[in-house]
Ligand binder design. Sequence first.
Ligand code: AMP
Ligand code: ZN
Length: 144
Amino acid sequence: MSHDSHCAFCKIVAAQIPASVVFENQTSLAFLDIGPLADGHLLLIPRDHYPALVDMPREESTRLLSVIPVLGRALLEVTGAEGFNVLINNGTAAGQVVPHAHIHLIPRQSGDKLGYRWHVSSYENDRPAELALAYQEALRKHID
Ligand code: AMP
Ligand code: ZN
C-alpha cells in the first residue's frame, strides 16, 4: 500500500490526524471536508496515495468512483440537500491543493449561490474534427 508520510490525507488514512469519517471500505475512505462549501461537504479518497485521479490504475479508480452514488444518497438524506456536485480538482491549475486524489461531494440547494461562472465559447471551422481525432489517438494509447 503506497503511503506518503507528508500527505495530510495519508495521515487521515493512517489515523495519525483526526477526521470525521463517514464511510470506509478496503480501498477507500470518506470524511467531512474540514473547510466545507456547504454543510455536509464530503471528500472521498483512495486509501493508497496517488497524487491525482489520472495517476490511479483503472480498476482502482473505478472502485473509488463506484462509491459516489451510495455516498450521494446518504448525503441527500442527511443534509436535506436538493442535489449535489461531484467535483474533482486535477492539478494545481484546476484548484487541487492536496496532492492525494480526492472527490468532493458538495450538497446544493437552489439559490445557494455556490458554483462558478460557466463561460461558454464556441468552435470554429474544423477544430471539433481535429480535436476528436487527437482524442481518439491519445485514447488508443491510454486505454487498457
Ligand atoms: P482541493 O482543492 O480539491 O485539493 O481540496 C482539498 C480539500 O481538502 C479542501 O476543501 C480542504 O478543506 C480539505 N482538507 C484539507 N485538509 C483536510 C483535513 N485534514 N481534513 C479534512 N479536509 C481537509
Ligand atoms: Zn496521500
